[in-house]
Design a protein around this ligand. Structure first.
Ligand SMILES: Cc1cc2nc3c(=O)[nH]c(=O)nc-3n(C[C@H](O)[C@H](O)[C@H](O)COP(=O)(O)OP(=O)(O)OC[C@H]3O[C@@H](n4cnc5c(N)ncnc54)[C@H](O)[C@@H]3O)c2cc1C
Length: 616
């Protein structure tokens, strides 16, 4: 059975053709590498952070691994998160102690191994009551049924934060929490609601650029596999390649049918172990592979991004994390010069696009008013919105906010010794592949999750772990300066190659210490800044086109840079970026125009942004 169509962004363009090559889209090397050697020990389906994390881990163990993602990397839930790398203090009241402990440990690790993108985040909880929620919280451990939870009072929050500190004790990466009375709290954050009784402040972390962190993890994996003598290396990955079904024309054992979403070309691929890391789509993916499952029960969450200097100043550089009047935990926090507001938690309909609705926007305005009543927020302040579906386990009448955030791995396929049970992925006369389906998994725990999933895969393959990723720097986090002074020194040192301080800083922020490779590339030829933005140059776009698997113009705007997130996409920028990419990706003029329209449509439909066209 072929997978039902659900292509969050790709559906907009509709440019795939069965004929084998859509006009203006030359064959990509990432796809050729899969087609030319259409087998691997492991095939990972899904290029969100969990699939990509597992790809890196397996590549480091010397496993022959391939990964396919039907859209762009980090386009699903991984690109729609609240950007928090957190222990999940809230999960304590769900009784998820294992998850909180693992999350805190992983948060501390990511601050060390990915310091270029994961930064400490000071967080303040405004508290309006002293004892509320104490009686309801313990019963919530047991029931988690529908109904409005009682407000969480100061006592309960203090208890939670003390447990949180306890779990953090070994890392020493973040300071302990602090509790302030009303007066002191309002001195620190004077725009907070005057009705608060206390404010608790503690540290978590945030990931500033999840899309680029995903790419770094992926490239670490590719690099680990590049030394192999296998054609294409032992770690191959391609975006815009979907797993569509099992009906392999070649009839190979354990084979699935893959489709290049940019050209429509289909080809068969065979693996001994298939990792289904397709997040909220896990059941649909299993269905397409002929093995029905009912693991998932995703919930949708949305965010808005505001250009609102008054609100930005009111946050004082902190995340404001609090309970809204409906009992949901929500957040307001500065991301650079913008303010992120989120999030909702509603049952998802996988047949619909995940978008931020008008009702959700009203909810966000209401929650800002709950803690900052003197600050007015209007629709004109919104520069970007986004939504995604959390890959949560199926939950019956448990409230969405209380569904377990922990993960598990479901195995199907032959027992190590023998025959495949009916309904498993088995091509005619062949050996069945083992399918490992990932159910759940937060951003925060991706490294640990990848290690668990890899261990399961290694067991299936009869191989041993060679490398631990626990202390291994990720991509441009290697040798990243660990202080503001260190950053300034790094910038000064690299200005020697003819770049001004702003440019070096911009590149270090975007790529971490991988900026050295980018600068070497920029310096090797004639370059100029784009007319439409100071943040990009022609050669940097060329670098992305050559090294970062750009499938669509919109990938650059949303996932290789944060220009869309910050509301900085203009008609002129669209034209200019499309023009440079066209030269390097072989797009003809019709394809270039189609890409501009596609970017406009994706921004309008999924992010509430209207960008007017200019005549090219
Ligand atoms: C609103 C919201 C807020 C969140 N906030 C946080 C937070 O602050 N901190 C935190 O730790 N976590 C947070 N999370 C959770 C976290 O973002 C996700 O759990 C995590 O990103 C899931 O990653 P994944 O790789 O498992 O799934 P995804 O990122 O969804 O990746 C699955 C991928 O599979 C691809 N795919 C599907 N079908 C196919 C196919 N047939 N062939 C090829 N590819 C396919 C999809 O295109 C998708 O890219 C949040 C999630 C949401 C939605």
């Amino acid at each position: 059975m072929k997978q039902r169509t659900f292509k969050p962004e790709g559906a907009v363009l509709g440019n795939t053709s069965k004929s084998g090559s859509a006009a203006g889209s030359p064959r990509r090397t990432s796809v050729s590498a899969l087609r030319e050697r259409p087998q691997a020990q492991v095939l990972i389906i899904g290029g969100g952070i969990n699939g990509v994390g597992t790809f890196r881990d397996l590549a480091l163990q010397g496993v022959d691994v391939a990964l396919v993602e039907r859209g762009d990397y980090c386009q699903g839930a991984s690109g729609a998160s609240s950007h928090m790398i957190h222990g999940g203090i809230r999960y304590l009241e769900n009784g998820e102690f294992r998850l909180v402990q693992e999350s805190v440990v992983e948060r501390n690790r990511l601050l060390k191994i990915a310091p270029h993108y994961v930064k400490p985040l000071q967080t303040t909880i405004p508290i309006f009551s002293t004892f509320s929620g104490i009686l309801s919280a313990p019963t919530r451990f047991l029931t988690h049924k529908r109904g409005k939870p009682k407000e969480r009072g100061a006592f309960l929050i203090k208890l939670g934060l003390s447990m949180y500190d306890f779990f953090s004790r070994d890392g020493g990466s973040v300071p302990r929490h602090q509790f302030l009375g009303k007066e002191k709290a309002l001195t620190e954050l004077p725009r907070l609601h005057p009705g608060i009784k206390y404010a608790a402040t503690y540290f978590d972390a945030s990931v500033h650029n999840p899309e680029r962190l995903t790419l770094d993890v992926l490239q670490d994996g590719e690099k680990a596999g590049s030394a192999s003598s296998l054609p294409g290396g032992s770690a191959r990955a391609s975006n815009y390649v979907a797993m569509v079904s099992t009906d392999s024309p070649a009839g190979q054992a354990g084979a699935v049918l893959l489709r290049d979403e940019l050209t429509g070309e289909e080809f068969s691929f065979q693996a001994d172990v298939i990792v289904n890391a397709t997040g909220a789509w896990v059941d649909l993916t299993n269905e397409a592979m002929g093995a029905a499952s009912r693991f998932m029960g995703g919930t949708k969450g949305s965010h808005i991004v505001l250009d609102h200097p008054e609100l930005l100043a009111a946050c004082g550089g902190r995340e404001i994390f609090f309970e809204h009047t409906d009992g949901r935990i929500v957040l307001i926090y500065p991301m650079g010069d913008r303010v992120l507001v989120g999030t909702t938690d509603v049952e998802a309909d996988m047949a619909q696009d995940a978008v931020c609705t008008d009702a959700e926007i009203d909810y966000f305005f209401d929650l800002v008013g709950h803690v900052f009543p003197s600050i007015k927020v209007e629709r004109d302040h919104i520069v970007y919105s986004f939504a995604g579906v959390r890959p949560l386990p199926r939950h019956d009448d448990t409230q969405p906010g209380f569904v377990s955030r922990d993960y598990r791995i479901e195995r199907s396929g032959p027992k190590p010794s023998g025959a495949a049970p009916a309904g498993d992925l088995t091509a005619a006369g062949g050996k069945a592949a083992v399918v490992l389906s990932l159910v759940g998994g937060k951003w925060t725990t991706f490294r640990a999750l990848a290690e668990h999933l890899s261990n399961d895969v290694l067991r299936e393959l009869g191989m041993d772990r060679k490398v631990s990723t626990a202390e291994l720097a990720i991509g441009g986090g290697l040798d990243f300066p660990d202080s503001e002074d260190g950053i300034q020194d790094w910038i000064k040192k690299h200005m020697a190659s003819g770049f001004d301080a702003d440019r070096v800083n911009g590149l270090l922020t975007r790529y971490g210490t991988r900026a050295e490779d980018v600068m070497a590339y920029l310096a090797a030829g004639e370059d100029r800044k784009l007319r439409s933005t100071n943040e990009l140059s022609v050669r940097e776009l060329e670098f992305m086109a050559a090294n970062e698997q750009i499938g669509h113009l919109v990938d650059v705007l949303i996932r290789r840079t944060s220009l869309a997130f910050r509301g900085l996409v203009t008609g002129e920028l669209l034209n200019e970026v499309a023009e440079v990419l066209a030269m390097h990706l072989g797009w003809d003029s019709a394809k270039r125009q189609a890409e501009i329209q596609h970017a406009q449509e994706v921004l309008r439909r999924f992010h509430g942004v209207t960008v007017h066209s200019l005549v090219a």
